[in-house]
Design a protein around this ligand. Structure first.
Ligand code: HEM
Ligand code: HEM
Ligand code: HEM
Length: 419
């Protein structure tokens, strides 16, 4: 009954922490385009615009019916290109998926003097294998009015008018792809980086919806949910659950059986929240075709396995009086502390993969500082209490030895008197 009560209060506080993190770390509101981009959108008479979910890119568009069952699409694509040379690209893919191979692209190549050359390209399987990407005049889109613009501060835009044949392109489900590369050779774009952001830069967009509704957005959201659940479950609840037996079981504070109820409550809540985050990670990992984060995944599997073994304590914990209880204690302590180390490492690995800015890193460093400060305070209390008790003990020992000495002296006096 008491365990249930402690568990429900720890669940309540966890829900509160989760909601707090959701609102601080995850951007729930739809972002509007930057001022810089909006100005050009207005100048070009483009009607819609949205921030793309990776590489800090922005996309504006306007579409209307052309002749012979075609759609005229005016696009404006903008992104920062910090390096002295490099390229920015945007394109459409007539195939089934929004992916690199098969993309008909517009690529703006930035040269050393900051000027940008814009051309059309056909991105093929060979390109992915490393064959040079050369401009191609006819990419089946009748591209016109191409221009690039540099708004200072390395923000570059590409503008063009395309004619999309309706039998090949469906504007309510248009596969579009964007990319940024930092290397060129003789004006030819070279390979781009392959971080999560670079391989997650495609989506299927509905150009007829005002906000540019797209599929693929849910992946970013799930990644954030995965991060938050893992940080709360493994990264916060489990360490709190370890601090409790360390300082409240025997010394400096003896709170029996409250320490046990709180330990089990925290570890069970942490395990359940962490496991749901871990499952989301596995689902995301399974559905991403182009990349596997081996170390992060292996550490994740290790974390789940070790904590499941720890949870077996529910059924396999020997009684206090059993002979082998001390061995169980040793393994439970050792595995517990080892687990905490891997968890912290893996959380920072995950944050690195997400590459989502310093918000994640500093939020978790904040949590670690709080937990560290609490543990440090309790450790200090332990040592202070230990030395005070030792001092008192020595003092009381001395004062109990004193009367014995007196008694001995009394006895020898009495003996002398008798003699
Ligand atoms: C310049 C030549 C290019 C080379 C050598 C190249 C190479 C690659 C490679 C090797 C990958 C696979 C990464 C992995 O599996 O870890 C990849 C992925 C990707 N690239 Fe490129 N790329 C080039 C140009 C482009 C362009 C111009 C675009 C966009 C218009 C683009 C968009 C993408 C996207 C969205 C992915 C994610 C996976 C996919 O959709 O296939 N790439 N690229
Ligand atoms: C992932 C889950 C768990 C982790 C990471 C974990 C970790 C730990 C750690 C590190 C300690 C030692 C703290 C110290 O004194 O320095 C500890 C103590 C203890 N834990 Fe757990 N624990 C978990 C789950 C459980 C469960 C489910 C139970 C019981 C149902 C349990 C029962 C105990 C007991 C009885 C002690 C005290 C052992 C002793 O007498 O020294 N633990 N735990
Ligand atoms: C200790 C806590 C964590 C565990 C156990 C864990 C576990 C996992 C697992 C098993 C995967 C699948 C890997 C694959 O198959 O490629 C994964 C993917 C991932 N994790 Fe974590 N993770 C943790 C923390 C985090 C954190 C804190 C973040 C970010 C804030 C994060 C971000 C990611 C990302 C971005 C992916 C790739 C998803 C994708 O493939 O689309 N993880 N994680």
């Amino acid at each position: 009954m008491k365990i249930k009560k402690t568990m429900s209060s720890s669940t309540l506080s966890t829900i509160m922490i989760i909601s707090f993190l959701f609102f601080t770390i995850i951007d729930v509101k739809a972002q509007s385009c930057s001022d810089e981009f909006t100005k050009i959108v207005e100048r070009k008479n483009i009607t819609e615009c949205k921030i793309l979910r990776t590489l800090g890119a922005e996309f504006g568009w306007k579409c209307y019916n052309g002749t012979n069952s075609t759609t005229i699409l005016e696009i404006l694509f903008g992104a920062y290109l910090e390096s002295s040379e490099g390229w920015i690209a945007w394109g459409v893919n007539p195939g089934k998926r929004a992916e690199m191979v098969g993309t008909k692209a517009l690529i703006g190549v930035k040269k050393h003097d900051s000027s940008m050359m814009l051309n059309t390209y056909d991105v093929t399987k060979e390109t992915k294998r490393g064959c040079a990407l050369v401009p191609m005049r006819d990419i089946g889109l009748n591209v016109s009015s191409m221009s690039t613009q540099n708004e200072g501060s390395n923000f570059y835009t590409i503008y063009a008018k395309l004619v999309l044949p309706s039998d090949v392109y469906n504007i309510t489900r248009l596969n579009h792809v964007w990319q940024i590369g930092y290397e060129i050779n003789n004006g030819k774009p070279l390979n781009h980086p392959t971080t999560l952001h670079n391989v997650d830069s495609s989506e299927t967009i509905d150009l007829t919806s005002i906000s540019g509704r797209s599929t693929g957005q849910y992946r970013s959201f799930l990644r954030s949910v995965h991060g938050v659940l893992n940080i709360i479950g493994w990264g916060t609840m489990l360490p709190i659950g370890v601090i409790i037996p360390r300082y409240f079981r025997v010394f400096p504070f003896h709170r029996d059986p409250l320490w046990f109820q709180l330990h089990v409550g925290c570890q069970l809540t942490g395990f359940l929240i962490g496991t749901s985050g871990w499952i989301i990670g596995l689902v995301l990992g399974h559905s991403s075709r182009y990349y596997i984060f081996h170390t992060h995944r292996d550490f994740g599997i290790l974390i789940f396995t070790f904590s499941t073994i720890q949870m077996l304590a529910f059924r396999l914990k020997p009684k206090d009086t059993d002979d082998y209880r001390k061995y169980w204690n040793m393994y439970h302590h050792f595995l517990g502390y080892g687990l905490l180390t891997i968890i912290v490492i893996n959380i920072f690995k995950g944050i690195n993969i997400l590459n989502g800015g310093s918000k994640w890193k500093w939020s978790y460093i904040g949590i670690l500082i709080c937990l560290g400060a609490i543990a440090f305070g309790l450790e200090l209390t332990t040592w202070i209490k230990f030395f005070i008790e030792k001092y008192n003990k020595t003092k009381s020992n001395n004062s109990t030895v004193q009367p014995n000495k007196d008694t001995l002296e009394d006895a020898s006096d009495k003996k002398k008197q008798k003699e």
